[in-house]
Design a protein around this ligand. Structure first.
Ligand code: AMP
Length: 381
């Protein structure tokens, strides 16, 4: 199948081909026709499956088809809510790309940066807003955004919005939108609160479930070092002596842990930057851009900050700490091995993390091969 078969308009096809999208991914194949037909959608899918285009492409098409004279006042006709700023900016970049040959205007509204610029852009009008809930609520309370004309609402990574305590804000925002609208809801997991929300918000939805978990996991070369906490930094420094590790995303449990790892790497002249919630939006974006351009070799991140980060061709993921939620392991390592590429995931496991390892292995239904040899045997147990 190719995008032509999905009844996509030439202006959007041209944009997709400019982005080198040749064929739709499975989630796009299923979701695009349903969204174009005006249906509500429930998508159980993670970042990396092509989920953004699955909702963004049909939204761009539906809104650009309705567009009448360009002089008419622009109203916010689609709102996309996401848990993190990085994800919002990334979706915004994608939408700019998909809509580049249409008249549509889209705008990202995120916290952590000055409100003034966003106010000015809002005054000029936008058809599509991509927002994190907090800043949007602020602007709504100041009567600077009007959600009464929203026709298509997207809740992206709803489970993560729940984890991050945004659900009340999301409900408040929804209360300001028309009752009759098309809702597209994405969540990688289905805790009870999410099922409740799905029942309340969606009318006869089309369900699209893409579980890349096992296929992704199968494609990625995984390994594990049993290593005590005190030796983790030396082991990391040592592994990174290998020049074949061109770029690595390293996960730590805490923000302080991320900063500590960066300091440890910098000491041995390995270029590294951290990305986490204590950093300003600009610092996070800067770290991400440097990593993407290859200026920094190692990006050290916490899970929340890394959610939604989209880096093409990331060769290595290193778990400095194992996560206590097995799904998180799958999310983390799924950042390598994207789009059919093979990837490498290396994990460090200290004694206290052994129960997490057991849960992870149960989840992925296999045991992770253990590396027992190292040039400095004192580093691993
Ligand atoms: P997403 O799951 O939306 O974050 O997409 C993951 C990555 O795949 C992004 O870099 C997209 O630009 C890319 N992508 C999405 N759809 C396609 C497609 N049909 N062909 C090639 N790349 C795609």
């Amino acid at each position: 199948m190719n995008f032509n078969d999905l009844n996509i308009k030439p202006a959007i096809l041209k944009a997709l081909s400019k982005e080198n999208y040749t064929a739709p991914t499975p989630i796009q194949e299923q979701a695009i026709p349903a969204v174009l037909a005006g249906r509500d959608l429930f998508g159980c899918a993670q970042t990396g499956t092509g989920k953004t285009a699955a909702f963004a492409v049909p939204i761009v098409q539906l809104l650009s088809e309705q567009q009448s004279s360009p002089q008419k006042v622009r109203r916010i006709r689609s709102l996309i809510l996401t848990p993190t700023r990085e994800l919002a900016l990334q979706i915004s970049d994608n939408i700019q790309a998909y809509s580049q040959f249409t008249q549509l205007r889209s705008l990202a509204i995120v916290g952590g940066v000055s409100q003034k610029g966003q106010e000015r852009s809002l005054e000029q009008g936008a058809d599509i807003i991509i927002a994190t809930p907090g800043r949007l609520i602020d602007l709504m309370n100041q009567k600077l955004v009007d959600l009464q004309h929203v026709q298509i609402l997207v809740l992206d990574e709803a489970d993560r919005m729940l984890d991050m305590g945004f659900i009340r804000d999301v409900k408040k925002l929804i209360a300001k939108m028309p009752g009759k609208k098309q809702t597209l809801f994405f969540s990688a997991t289905m805790p009870p609160e999410i099922s409740k929300l799905v029942k309340a918000l969606l009318v006869n939805p089309v369900k699209v479930e893409i579980t890349p978990a096992s296929s992704t996991v199968d494609r990625i070369k995984q390994s594990l070092y049993y290593v005590e906490k005190a030796n983790k930094q030396s082991l990391l420094n040592d592994l990174l002596r290998d020049p074949s590790i061109v770029s690595a995303l390293v996960f730590t449990r805490t923000k302080h842990g991320a900063d500590r790892v960066v300091r440890g790497l910098t000491k041995v002249n390995i270029s590294a930057q951290a990305i986490h919630g204590n950093k300003s939006q600009n610092a996070r974006q800067n770290a991400l851009n440097n990593f993407k351009s290859g200026a920094t070799r190692v990006l050290v991140a916490t899970d929340i900050a890394a959610r939604g980060i989209d880096i093409d061709e990331l060769s290595h993921v290193i778990n400095f700490n194992l996560p206590n939620i097995p799904e998180t392991y799958v999310h983390r390592i799924g950042r390598t091995g994207r789009a059919g590429l093979s990837g490498i995931a290396i994990s460090f496991c200290e004694t206290e993390e052994i129960p997490y390892l057991k849960d992870i292995e149960k989840k992925i239904k296999k045991s992770i091969p253990i590396v027992t040899e190292h040039s400095d045997p004192l580093l691993i147990s």
